[in-house]
Every structure is written in C-alpha cells, then in structure tokens.
Design a protein around this ligand. Structure first.
Ligand code: CA2
Length: 170
C-alpha cells in the first residue's frame, strides 16, 4: 500500500475465513395441520403462495447448496412423528413448521429429541405478535433455530442455515 490509503486491492487476506465445505444429504421439511390450505385462505396472515410453491422454492434453495429435500405435510400428529422417526436414518436435518402442534405437542417435541441433526423451527407468521397461546412452543425447547414472521421465505432462510451449520459444524 502506498500513500496511506487502503485500496481494494490492498485488503489483506487473513486466511481466517473458513472455506465452504461441500455438503450432501436430505433435509426433511415437515409441515403440520392446515398448512395444506396455504395460499387458499387467510392471505393477510399467511400470504398467497401455496404449499406446492413453497416446496418448489425449497427444492431449488436446497439444490443450490447441493442438498435434497423431502417435503411433506400432514394434518395428523402421528404421521409427523413417524416422519421425524424416519428422518433419524434418512435426513441430515429437519426444518419443521409444526403449525398448531407447535403449541400443544409434547409428542412431537419428544420425537425431535431423538433426532441428532440440526432442527430449525419455522413459522410463516410472527407468532409473538398474535394471540398469547401462540407464544409458547414445545418444539423450540429442541430447535437449534427458530424463524418466525418472515413469511414463506422463512423456509429458505432455514435451509440456508442448515447448509451453513452442516458446512461448518461448531
Ligand atoms: O405462522 C405459522 O406458520 C403457524 O405455524 C401457522 C399455524 C398456526 O397455528 C401457528 O400458530 C403459526 C396455522 C397453520 C394454518 O395454516 C393456514 C393457512 C392458510 C389458511 C388457513 C390456515
């Protein structure tokens, strides 16, 4: 560097930025009750995108990180639990919007505690700005990260987070 000014070409390379590691595997993206109605009712709260739109966006986002997606929705608590159990052998991470079961299901919380990889909880709406009963989440007691109020973009943020954690485990 000459003349005392730091030009762009002079920025020192410190070597402490970690190189992105290639990640592979499947993220289970699980959706709870009534999310099949996404885009069809209550657009003021949940937006206009359908769950099929969200799935498509998740597949593309995961693909950009070299990851694949298993995307599923159920209105039945036992089905969500069975998918979480399945994820133990088949998934590197779980992204879950448990919908109303967030606030009620000890069984889903228990199932998630048996999963060893990263778990990110997603809510389309800002649950903290709504009714009091939505402020408590059993799932948050297990989740490594919680995203709320970012609309359906929250799913993509969760996938980015999973990719980051898998590339650079702490
Ligand atoms: O904000 C979220 O993503 C929620 O998980 C959505 C749940 C709600 O019970 C949670 O407190 C917060 C409700 C999902 C119902 O989704 C609908 C979508 C469109 C129309 C009707 C329901």
């Amino acid at each position: 560097m000459r003349g005392g000014r730091l030009g762009q070409r002079d920025i020192p390379v410190t070597g402490n930025r970690r190189k992105a590691k290639a990640v592979t595997g499947t993220i289970y993206v699980l959706n709870g009750p009534n999310l099949n109605l996404l885009g069809k009712r209550q657009p003021d709260i949940y937006g206009r995108e359908t769950l099929a739109d969200v799935e498509k966006a998740c597949v593309a986002q995961a693909g950009s990180h070299g990851l694949t997606i298993r995307f599923a929705q159920s209105n039945a608590e036992h089905q969500l639990i069975d998918w979480i159990h399945e994820a133990r052998d088949n998934a590197v991470a779980i992204v879950i919007n448990p919908a109303a079961y967030t606030h009620t299901s000890v069984a889903i919380f228990d199932a998630l505690t048996a999963f060893e990889g990263p778990v990110i909880e997603v809510h389309i709406s800002n649950v903290h700005k709504r009714e009091e009963f939505r402020r408590h989440s059993f799932v948050s007691l297990r989740a490594d990260g919680v995203i709320a109020g970012c609309g359906t973009q929250g799913y993509l943020l969760a996938i980015d987070r999973v990719a980051g954690v898998l590339a650079n485990p702490s």
